[in-house]
Unconditional design. Structure first.
Length: 202
């Protein structure tokens, strides 16, 4: 679990982003990590931290804010309008920036969910998501690389059977995101290689 003092000393977490993180913590509230007892908000925090360490220049494209918020619309009852209002009124981002952040977060939000498309199996849903992401904003794809990288080895450690499927999905997504940030693609490729070594030892 993350030491809360880190949240006050991380250089990338400026005052505005601390407010964004507070919103993320509020939105995910009592949600926990699937495999540990850690609060769920730690995952988007780790995704943003990874981007800050490996591709810090993306902060100018608001990738850190997008990373902090990337699961809010998918996993909570918060709406895009509520998120935009908070960014504008609560965090002092201008209206265009708030709308841009929300638009990219919406791109990162799964559309082909089991609830919305019960007639499709996971493979079919993921194939459609991949096709949709091909035309997404390059920042969406860059954050997705960081998201997959943060998830992969955690899944490998706790759920070997599912990890093999997730690994295949990560490889397919990486192939379909050629215009994502090169540094984050490299990080994801490194995590994929580590997962292969663990799951398929020679």
């Amino acid at each position: 679990m993350i030491d809360e003092t880190e949240l006050y000393t991380s250089p990338w977490l400026n005052d505005q982003r601390k407010l964004v993180l507070a919103f993320t913590k509020y939105a995910h509230a009592s949600q926990k990590s699937k495999y540990t007892d850690a609060p769920y908000w730690e995952h988007p925090y780790k995704v943003a931290k990874l981007i800050s360490e490996e591709a810090s220049c993306l902060r100018h494209d608001f990738a850190l804010e997008i990373a902090l918020l990337h699961d809010v619309l998918e996993d909570t009852r918060i709406t895009a309008e509520e998120m935009a209002d908070y960014l504008f009124y609560g965090c002092d981002y201008n209206k265009l920036t708030a709308e841009y952040i929300c638009r990219v977060v919406e791109e990162l939000t799964d559309r082909y969910t089991k609830t919305a498309y019960p007639e499709l199996n996971r493979k079919q849903r993921k194939e459609r998501e991949n096709l949709r992401l091909v035309n997404a904003h390059w920042i969406s794809k860059s954050v997705k690389c960081a998201d997959l990288a943060c998830n992969l080895l955690d899944i490998v450690e706790h759920d070997t059977d599912f990890a093999k499927l997730y690994l295949q999905e990560a490889e397919t997504m990486l192939f379909n995101m050629p215009d994502a940030d090169a540094r984050l693609k490299r990080v994801l490729k490194e995590e994929i290689d580590k997962a292969h070594e663990i799951l398929y030892p020679i």
